[in-house]
Structures are given as structure tokens and as C-alpha cells.
Design a binder for this molecule. Structure first.
Ligand code: XMP
Length: 315
């Protein structure tokens, strides 16, 4: 993409040609899907409806934040409550690809039901190039099936339209500035949400532990970014590991789980470097997580692996 204004004009024109009827847009509150929603609404007006699904796998305060954004941006979005559907779809599942497949399927069933109510036969998604490349679209091996690509069921009742499918993240951010989307450099958050940051079984209790640990990592990193003592990293988050480990709380032995903290630098998510985080930051994070989650989290680790050989997310 050389010129975001030209991309914007052409994308709106293409959407008008591709969608003669009504469309629903999968909006997660992230940059990619917000752009897809804005372009679609500009192209189709009342014939488009953005849907924000509350999966129960979102970060602390995220539903409220996204709702506020949608109402301020006049992007009329419908919030669809679906926590139970997602949690029961994930019950007993530990394999990361199976988690993505079940999540993809749950999303699609929600979109199909909402599309039927709205009279739409098209689903617009904010899929970008790395999503489908790493889902096996161009590389020989599938690295991860991004839930919005390979996770789609074969019997999908909606036609998929993806206005951003050729863009990389740096281009998405350029376009976000052009479209006036707030905080275009904010960190990406995966569509399957905390399900892929809870390694092992996804239970409401483990999701809550991951959510609280993640909120602490975000707060401590953002505090230093705001103070100008840390450049804003590409991504910074916590992952709950399925590892029991012994600790002490007061005079008692406790047997909790381990959390891994990940802070990486990247330009397009295709490769990434683990940040040499200041010891003071890591110690504060470890101290806060083990205090806030006493007995539940007994050990905090820092992940120093680049991508490759690791990926950014653990799953
Ligand atoms: P990985 O872990 O593959 O992540 O190095 C690359 C980038 O993609 C995000 N990610 C996802 N985004 N659905 C998404 O929408 C997914 O299934 C998914 N998996 C990873 C990840 O946060 C990073 O920015």
C-alpha cells in the first residue's frame, strides 16, 4: 500500500461492488476489525451492522472500553453476549489448534444467527496478510490456524469478504492514522483471546487468573511507557501455564500454577525479538501477580525466546 487515501477509496469502491445486499462485520475492537467495520459502514451505510461478541475471553475492562469506543465513533455496533457458548465449546480442550477451531466455529454460529436477524448474507472480517499466510495460505506448513481463517466451518452460510487481506500490520497502522482511529499503535490482541493465553484447559477460574495477571503486565508496562522510561513494546502479556509449582504463603505451603511474562518487539509479527526488560519491571510484575493471586500463582517466569524459533503467543 503506497497511499492510505488511495487504498481507502479503492476499498470502499470494492466493498460496494462485492456486497449488493446486507453485511455483518466481525468487530473485536482491535485495529484490523475496526478498520474493516469503518470501511464497510462507509461503503454500505445502513446495509452494514458491526457485531462485537463478548466471548468471556477478553481482557479486563475490554467490553466496556470497546462499547465506549463504538458509541464515541458513531460506529453502530451490537454487543452480542456469548460467554457460555464459548466456554462450553472449549470445555476439556487443550490442543491449541482445536481451541482455535472451536472458537472459529462458535464465532461463525453467532454471526450466522445475527446475520439471519439482520437479513445479511455476507460476513466482513478484518483478516490481514499474516493471518492467512501463517494459516497455511502461502507457507508449506500451517503454523497456526488463525481462528478467523482456517477456523471457519465448511458449511458456513455466509459469504466472506476481507477488505484488508493484502495488508501487513505496519500498513494497517498507516491506514488507521488516515481513518482517525484512536491509538493506532496499541498492541494487537489475538481473536481467540485469553483462550490461547491459558495454556492447557480453559476454565472460568483459569481465564480469570490469566486476565488478572495480564492486566498487571499491561499496567506496569504502560506506566513506564507513559513515564518515558520504556519504549512502547509491540506486545506485552501474561500466559498461564499448566504447571503446578510449590510456593509459600505466610507459614503455609501452597501449590499453585506458573505464569510466563512475554514482552516482544516486532514490526509485522512475522518475526519478533524478546525485549531485555528491566529487572525492576519484572520484579514488580512478579511481586504484584503473586500477591494479587496468592496461592493461585506461585511462580512468574520471563520468556526470552525470539520468533523464530518460538511464536509470539504460546499457543
Ligand atoms: P504468533 O503467535 O503466530 O502471532 O507469532 C503473530 C501475531 O498474531 C496474533 N495472533 C492471532 N491473531 N487470531 C488472531 O486474530 C489468532 O488465532 C492469532 N494467533 C496469534 C499474535 O497476538 C501476534 O500479534
Amino acid at each position: 500500500m503506497r497511499d492510505p487515501a488511495e487504498f481507502h477509496r479503492a476499498a470502499v469502491e470494492r466493498l460496494r461492488a462485492e456486497v449488493p445486499g446486507r453485511a455483518v462485520v466481525a468487530a473485536s475492537g482491535g485495529i484490523d476489525s475496526t478498520e474493516a467495520a469503518l470501511l464497510t459502514q462507509e461503503a454500505l451505510g445502513d446495509r452494514a451492522r458491526a457485531l462485537f461478541v463478548d466471548t468471556g475471553l477478553l481482557r479486563a475492562g475490554e467490553v466496556e472500553r470497546v462499547e465506549r469506543f463504538f458509541s464515541e465513533s458513531h460506529l453502530g455496533a451490537t454487543v452480542v453476549p456469548a460467554r457460555d457458548r464459548f466456554l462450553s465449546a472449549l470445555s476439556g480442550v487443550v490442543d491449541p489448534e482445536e481451541k482455535r477451531r472451536r472458537i472459529g466455529e462458535a464465532f461463525v454460529r453467532v454471526f450466522e444467527a445475527e446475520a439471519a436477524k439482520f437479513g445479511a448474507d455476507v460476513l466482513v472480517q478484518g483478516t490481514i496478510a499474516p493471518d492467512w499466510i501463517e494459516s497455511g495460505g502461502a507457507l508449506r506448513d500451517t503454523i497456526k490456524t488463525h481462528h478467523n481463517v482456517g477456523g471457519l466451518p465448511k458449511d458456513l452460510a455466509l459469504r466472506i469478504v476481507e477488505p484488508l487481506r493484502d495488508l501487513y500490520k505496519d500498513e494497517v497502522r498507516l491506514l488507521a492514522r488516515h481513518l482517525g482511529i484512536p491509538d493506532p499503535d496499541r498492541q494487537p490482541f489475538p481473536g481467540p483471546g485469553l483462550a490461547v493465553r491459558v495454556s492447557g484447559p480453559v476454565t472460568p477460574e483459569r481465564v480469570e487468573v490469566a486476565r488478572r495477571a495480564n492486566a498487571i503486565v499491561e499496567e506496569e508496562v504502560e506506566r513506564r511507557v507513559a513515564a518515558g522510561t520504556l519504549p512502547r513494546p509491540w506486545q506485552y502479556f501474561a500466559v498461564l501455564l499448566p504447571v503446578r509449582t510449590v510456593g509459600v504463603a505466610g507459614d503455609n505451603r501452597v501449590y499453585g500454577e506458573a505464569v510466563s511474562v512475554r514482552i516482544v518487539e516486532s514490526t509485522d509479527a512475522m518475526t519478533a525479538t524478546a525485549v531485555a526488560a528491566p529487572t525492576e519491571l519484572l520484579r514488580t510484575i512478579a511481586e504484584r501477580i503473586t500477591r494479587d493471586l496468592t496461592g493461585r500463582v506461585t511462580r512468574v517466569l520471563y520468556d526470552v525466546t525470539d520468533k523464530p524459533p518460538a511464536t509470539i503467543e504460546w499457543e
